[in-house]
Design a protein around this ligand. Structure first.
Ligand code: DAH
Length: 345
């Protein structure tokens, strides 16, 4: 009997897999296992013999159980160690940055422009997408039959002549009506016109700026905008020209062009012998100041407006404005920016 125990113990101790160990357990102690069978034979023996044999088999059974337990603990520990080695993570390796979402080029542009002008002492003024004719046109010196009104395809909302604002300029009016100068504001947001092609969408974005104070002149306008454009496009000697133009709400009015080259099929900003229109600006018309209750004899100001989508397209080489608003995740992933950007840092 002890020989049998020795053999089985040896078999158990040499076993090197949990699976095989389980097979051995079943073979010896399972319902029809060898030891279980031995116990079943006890019933055929007489009392004394049964007691003697029973004790012997139970001892054998316990010895086997103990061996099985020890071997199981050993093999399980080894399996865990193997697993830990196989799945080891080197925590000393530097982390690989993984982006969680990206910033839309427009969001990034908005942050860049806002950060720049915040440093120059501008605050952001909020407006509303739904406007009335008074703020979108009349107070800006664009009366009912003015040609500037006809040239814009306005989305009207109802018979009371509420409309989707066609530019951010009504924010100037609302700010001047409620604020005593000095005023230095920036207004960024959605504007709407009924037009659509590769460079026009029915909804787009503008950046509007307004400065009102005493003794403000064209020199202030010129330096504010040229510093901004050089900074935004990151070109110290960006060529620029202030070309005479017309807007009903400014007098004089100019449009600003920046130098570029259009060689081959590509547009390069900063060099070359071509010009690209980038924004409209001018000295706030005395009538507009007066419409807002500001005395034009005491205060002057300048204002400008530009397309935010347009400056984003030009800086980041994007060609089709419509893609801005299609929410194609692949486009966003490709052209998006890391959310950990801190503008002007
Ligand atoms: N509101 C003009 C537009 O939508 C842009 C503009 C031009 C705004 C000149 C201004 C400005 O404030 O002074 O086309």
């Amino acid at each position: 009997m002890s020989q049998t125990l020795q053999n089985w113990k040896q078999e158990i101790n040499q076993c090197d897999s949990l699976k095989v160990l389980e097979d051995i357990r079943v073979r010896l102690l399972g319902k029809s296992g060898e030891i279980t069978q031995m116990l079943k034979t006890l019933g055929t023996l007489d009392t004394d013999k049964r007691r003697e044999k029973g004790a012997e088999i139970n001892q054998l059974k316990e010895g086997i159980l103990l061996s099985l337990q020890e071997r199981h603990a050993h093999l399980a520990k080894q399996a865990l160690e193997d697993k830990l080695v196989a799945e080891a993570v080197d925590v000393t390796l530097p982390a690989r940055p993984e982006r969680v979402g990206t910033l839309h080029p427009l969001t990034r542009t908005l942050e860049e422009v806002t950060t720049y002008f915040a440093k120059a002492g501008f605050s952001v003024a909020e407006g509303s997408d739904i406007e009335d004719e008074e703020h979108n046109f009349n107070a800006l010196n664009i009366p009912e039959h003015h040609p500037a009104r006809q040239s814009i395809d306005t989305f009207y909302l109802n018979a009371e002549k509420m409309l989707l604002r066609t530019h951010t300029s009504p924010v100037q009016i609302r700010t001047m009506k409620t604020t005593t100068p000095p005023i230095r504001i920036l207004s960024l947001g959605r504007v709407y016109r009924s037009e659509s092609d590769a460079t026009h969408t029915p909804m787009f974005h503008q950046v509007e700026g307004l400065v009102i104070d005493k003794d403000i002149h064209m020199g202030h306008l010129k330096s504010t905008l040229s510093d901004f454009l050089r900074n935004y496009f990151d070109i110290v000697d960006l060529p620029m020209r202030f070309r005479p133009s017309f807007f009903p709400f400014t007098e004089p009015s100019t449009e600003v062009d920046i130098g570029c080259s259009r060689e081959g099929n590509s547009l390069k900003i900063g060099a070359g012998n071509s010009w690209l229109e980038i924004l409209g600006c001018g000295m706030v018309h005395p009538k507009v100041l007066a419409n807002c209750g500001i005395d034009p004899e005491v205060y002057q100001g300048f204002a400008w407006g530009m397309g935010m989508d347009r400056i984003a397209m030009l800086k980041y080489g994007l060609y089709d404005l419509r893609a801005f608003f299609e929410s194609d995740a692949r486009w966003l992933k490709h052209y998006g920016f890391s959310p950990f950007f801190s503008a002007g840092a």
